[in-house]
Write a protein that binds this ligand. Structure first.
Ligand code: SF4
Length: 377
């Protein structure tokens, strides 16, 4: 279990070796000179934020963190340890892409403190990977996984995307099967959501690659979860499954109303009832840090209503749902008085369970989570 009240640290690495055709994350193509200045800027930002608070999770996300040299990762981790009270057993996750994941690199990462790897596989079908603009093959993803295990990492998560353009229900199940054959400790199974004007959307329209209809997409999701259930994984969040003891401590902070500090361009932080976000553009971020100027472009105190809404919509993403009493106590709110009628409606529809002291979504409810969670905003 996470230490009570411990904070999570997120470090954003905005560089990629190619831009995937569905991606709208905050990222750009690798520029070595900018990367060198960026790492120094992140170190400095961490140093400027030093307050010695207890930390029990660190997450390097991107972009592609595996484009960093090990020595750069070590410097950022050293900065975290100097600025905060980092617990010895801190979960320290590093996102990697298969094309930049060799055994000696992972081994060296482990030596500097990385103890969890999240590998972006997305599909085990080479044609699907090519459609997505990924620069690796399924064989490279398997080799990367073997390299990670070979380097002694016993906490590995794989990311897979479902509902890809031109993907059949059977092809989707085949990718899940291929993932399970590797026996990762954790898996994230996301339904692809194409943002407006994504290059993939335009290309799919041009080439006639359509996504299967919604009811088949729902079947893909339910198939995938039945398969991970049967293989001994426990679903703990709408899109996440894990072996016992391998839930993502860091991501649970987002879902259990926790606190985190984000470093790097575009990183968000939530702490002490306030939320802020750093400037998104990499060069602007680096420039601001180098001038010792603030990097947060929005910083605001959240109202109690916003904090309550966040606690509900993130907590209900978890299979365990939310416990009413602690939230009512924290936010001074009678949840039944405020939301009881809506919850009864969702229970009648088979989308929620009201267990007295707890509300949670059913698996069917997870399929319509956007509609259900929208009620609590
Ligand atoms: S590797 Fe990840 S962050 Fe980079 S472009 Fe592809 S999906 Fe986006």
């Amino acid at each position: 279990m996470p230490a009570a009240g411990a904070v999570g640290l997120y470090v954003h690495v905005p560089f990629c070796s190619a831009i995937c055709s569905y991606c709208n994350f905050n990222r750009g193509l690798l520029d070595e000179d900018l990367k060198r200045r960026y790492v120094a800027a992140v170190e400095r930002e961490i140093e400027r934020s030093a307050d010695g608070c207890r930390v029990d999770s660190i997450f390097f996300g991107g972009g592609t963190p595996s484009l960093l040299a090990v020595e750069e990762v070590a410097r950022i981790l050293d900065a975290c340890r100097a600025a905060f009270d980092v617990a010895p057993d801190t979960e320290t996750t590093f996102e990697m892409n298969p094309e930049s994941c060799g055994r000696s690199y992972v081994s060296a990462l482990r030596d500097v403190g990385i103890n969890r790897i999240s590998l972006g596989v997305q599909s085990f079908d080479d044609e699907e990977l090519a459609r997505l603009g990924r620069v690796h093959t399924a064989a490279q993803a398997r080799a990367a996984f073997v390299a990670i295990r070979g380097a002694g990492c016993d906490n590995v998560s794989l990311d897979l995307m479902l509902w890809l353009p031109a993907q059949s229900r059977a092809a989707c199940a085949a990718s899940v099967e291929a993932l399970l054959a590797l026996a990762p400790d954790h898996a994230s199974l996301y339904m692809l959501e194409l943002y407006p004007n994504a290059p993939l959307q335009e290309e799919a329209a041009r080439r006639g690659w359509s996504q299967v209809p919604d009811e088949d997409a729902a079947a893909m999701y339910l198939d995938a979860l039945s398969m991970t259930d049967a293989a001994g994984y426990r679903q703990y969040e709408i899109s996440n499954v894990a072996r016992p003891g391998r839930l993502s401590r860091h991501n649970l902070k987002y879902w259990r109303d926790g606190e985190w500090l984000g470093f790097g361009c575009g990183a968000h932080s939530t702490r002490g009832g306030s939320r802020w976000k750093n400037v998104s553009e990499t060069a602007r971020y680096v420039d601001a840090v180098e001038r010792e100027a603030p990097v947060a472009e929005s910083h605001r105190r959240l109202s109690m209503d916003e904090r309550l809404g966040d606690a509900l919509i993130t907590g209900l993403r978890l299979v365990e749902g939310i416990r009413l009493a602690p939230i009512e106590e924290r936010y001074g709110m009678d949840l039944r008085a405020r939301y009881g009628a809506e919850v009864r409606k969702f229970v009648d529809a088979g989308w929620m369970v009201d267990a007295g002291d707890r509300w949670r979504l059913t698996r069917t409810g997870m399929l319509v989570s956007n509609d259900v969670l929208g009620t609590f905003v």
